[in-house]
Design a protein around this ligand. Structure first.
Ligand code: ADP
Length: 220
């Protein structure tokens, strides 16, 4: 199976956040090394990921002994202990790991980690909060993806009121300057031609700027 391995990841800190990342990455077929100072958190994941090791992220020698330097990507998911989080970030950078993502505990911490050269700093609660607010704001929006520069893709659950209308009837382009990327009915892809007739509970993906997507969403 080794030729199927896409990338290799070392996750340091196997709490809820790091443990979930490690489990999912392994499920996607990646090689994952998990490291935690806490024996129970390590043994909980031992059967799920390729390797799970008890070590202290503050200790660069211990990380090296665990083989962390051989991985493409490091995720520092140590929470609470700010000093350990920062030292561990420094250690994985010094070990030469090319891509480093770190969970931050606060905005100030976020700034420190960015200055240290972390490739991506994550504030999980803020990011999740924003995501949830977007979906609550418009309940037909099941999920969305931010593409940067104000562009988003939203995934809409077609409501009953649109049943029988065709994609052409919605005038997504002319009215809202948005574009349909496709309609799914169950696991069938119906495409995005003007004559596709919508049914309740179809899923429709629409690309556009946030404000224009909102205008369209408010008509649903
Ligand atoms: P979460 O919200 O993700 O559960 P926690 O702060 O509870 O966050 O979990 C962070 C994990 O990091 C814990 O499993 C903890 O044992 C681990 N951890 C804390 N300090 C270190 C360290 N110095 N080295 C490695 N892992 C650590």
């Amino acid at each position: 199976t080794s030729d199927k391995i896409k990338r290799s990841f070392v996750i340091i800190g196997l709490g809820t956040f790091g443990g979930t990342i490690a489990t999912e990455l392994a499920r996607f077929g990646n090689r994952v090394l998990g490291i935690d100072i806490n024996e129970k958190n390590v043994s909980d994941l031992a059967n799920t990921i390729a390797e799970a090791v008890i070590a202290d992220g503050r200790d660069d020698e211990a990380l090296k002994q665990a083989g962390a330097n051989h991985y493409d990507v490091a995720v520092v998911a140590i929470g609470e202990d700010l000093e350990a989080n920062i030292l561990c970030t420094m250690n994985v950078k010094l070990l030469g790991i090319k891509t480093v993502w770190v969970k931050a505990l606060s905005k100030t911490h976020h700034r420190i980690l960015s200055k240290m050269g972390a490739d991506r700093v994550i504030l999980p609660e803020q990011e999740m909060g924003q995501h949830i607010a977007q979906m609550l704001h418009n309940p037909v929006v099941r999920d969305y993806l931010s593409l940067g520069n104000n562009f988003h893709v939203i995934n809409i659950n077609i409501p009953e009121e649109l049943e029988g209308k065709t994609l052409g009837d919605l005038h997504l382009g002319e009215k809202y300057n948005t574009r349909c990327l496709g309609v799914m009915r169950g696991s069938d892809y119906l495409g995005c031609e003007d004559d596709v007739a919508l049914k309740k509970d179809d899923k429709m993906m629409v690309l556009g700027r946030r404000s224009e997507l909102r205008l369209f969403g408010d008509t649903l």
